[in-house]
Ligand binder design. Structure first.
Ligand code: AMP
Length: 412
């Protein structure tokens, strides 16, 4: 089965075409500046990359260029659109409505729209992506895979905020958590590696990238996570502040004579390690600056490690123990110094790191020593493959129905 995986942003569209049997990427690419001017970067596996500057007034036009590129006689990878068997859409927010992936129908689209309030920048773009694909591939089954779904298993004590209960009931103000596809993918793999898929288990996943979050996974289910109502909460990130005292927002609005919206934008876009260091949001730049003696870059890196270790420690307490920890995403997979700095805080758990294994980059590996009390792994994440797997599972599950309708999902 060939699965077209789509990830729509407000002015962008990332895609991959994946062969679900070999799990190989057949082609991938990106449309940028949709609604502004438009650029398509198409990377067919084994063929030359194609970059096209073409007008993309909306997502439907962008999708049409992608489908044209996929079926192009020279640089294409499939003969025609009949070779696309299913489409998997990444959806940022499923609110409390979606605890699993679902086959998309009108009812599902309406329910996603009801969550627009919770992710005003992302969900509308995701819906536009679905409509664009439906218009061009009306008979191809489509599946929605939610960033929030994996965390719907959190207990109330973890997801409620200490604010009047009415606000939860009326407005659904609560912790949702994000990066769910990645946390689910990596935790499943970690449980497979440590042989605890069907046993009592406690693992912690550190998804450390430009956006970062830590998740506690007990018996295969998310029981707490560091991102909250929005992806601004939790760890210090590339440009996001992570958790701060909420009173700071009003204090800064007054001092800077800015609106609350503007301060939240500062916390999202001008804060984090970039805001602290004044250098960059990219950890490679921070490492280089720190090596050259830039103190603020060093402070930013130290803050990141400290906060990550705090979350790991708090989740060990939440679960009353931990069997294994996994690092994933750009920093988690590639930055051995950061992994070591975080693990250095965790000596009290009996964690010891094998420096040689920790120096290996970007591949699945155990980085703890044989006598470490808790096993520590690097496990590369692959959100697109996770979306493709979910899509195939759902499409196969409902393939005997003429019009696949499922609002409950797979229970994955
Ligand atoms: P992500 O959002 O998962 O793409 O992660 C972005 C972060 O990962 C950046 O801060 C990069 O410094 C870091 N990163 C990504 N790739 C590498 C690499 N090959 N080597 C070192 N750091 C990397």
């Amino acid at each position: 089965m060939n699965v077209f995986v789509v990830n729509c942003g407000s002015s962008s569209l990332k895609y991959q075409l994946i062969d679900s049997v070999s799990e190989q990427v057949i082609a991938k690419g990106l449309c940028e500046r949709i609604g502004i001017d438009g650029r398509l970067t198409h990377k067919p596996t084994g063929k030359k990359e194609v970059v096209k500057e073409v007008a993309m007034p909306d997502h439907k036009v962008a999708v049409s260029y992608v489908l044209e590129a996929l079926t192009d006689s020279e640089n294409g990878v499939i003969k025609d659109l009949s070779a696309i068997d299913a489409v998997g859409h990444r959806i940022v927010h499923g609110g409390e409505k979606f605890a699993n992936s679902v086959v998309i129908n009108d009812e599902v689209m309406a329910a996603i729209e009801e969550c627009n309030d919770l992710a005003p920048l992302h969900n509308p773009a995701n819906l536009i992506g679905i409509s664009a694909c439906k218009a061009l591939m009306p008979n191809v089954p489509m599946v929605a895979v939610f960033d929030t779904a994996f965390h719907q298993t959190m207990p109330k004590e973890a997801y409620l905020y200490g604010i009047p209960y009415d606000y939860y009931e009326q407005f659904k103000v609560r912790k949702y958590g994000f990066h769910g596809t990645s946390h689910s993918f990596v935790s499943k793999r970690l449980l497979e590696i440590i042989g605890k898929e069907n046993q009592d288990s406690k693992v912690i996943i550190c998804h450390l990238g430009n956006g970062s979050s830590v998740t506690a996974v007990k018996n295969g289910k998310s029981v707490d996570t560091s991102m909250g109502f929005t992806p601004l909460d939790g760890l210090i990130m590339g440009t996001r502040s992570g958790s701060i005292d909420p009173a700071v927002v009003q204090f800064l609005a007054n001092k800077l004579e800015r609106s609350l919206d503007e301060v939240i934008t500062i916390l999202n876009k001008k804060s984090g390690v970039e805001g602290i260091s004044g250098v960059s949001s990219d950890f490679r730049d921070l490492d280089a600056a720190s090596m050259e003696g830039n103190e603020r870059a060093t402070t930013a890196l130290n803050m990141f490690a400290y906060r990550a270790a705090q979350y790991v420690g708090s989740y060990v307490a939440s679960m009353n123990g931990v069997d294994a920890i996994a690092f994933t995403a750009g920093i988690g997979e590639n930055n051995s110094k950061m992994r070591k700095a975080i693990c250095d805080y965790l000596g009290y758990l009996g964690i010891t790191i094998n420096e040689e294994a920790n120096a290996v980059r970007g591949e699945e590996i155990c980085i703890s020593t044989a006598d470490s009390k808790v096993a520590v792994y690097v496990i590369p994440t692959n959100e697109e493959l996770a979306i493709a797997r979910e899509t195939v599972a759902l499409v196969l599950l409902f393939s005997d129905q003429p019009n696949p309708v499922n609002t409950k999902g797979t229970g994955f």
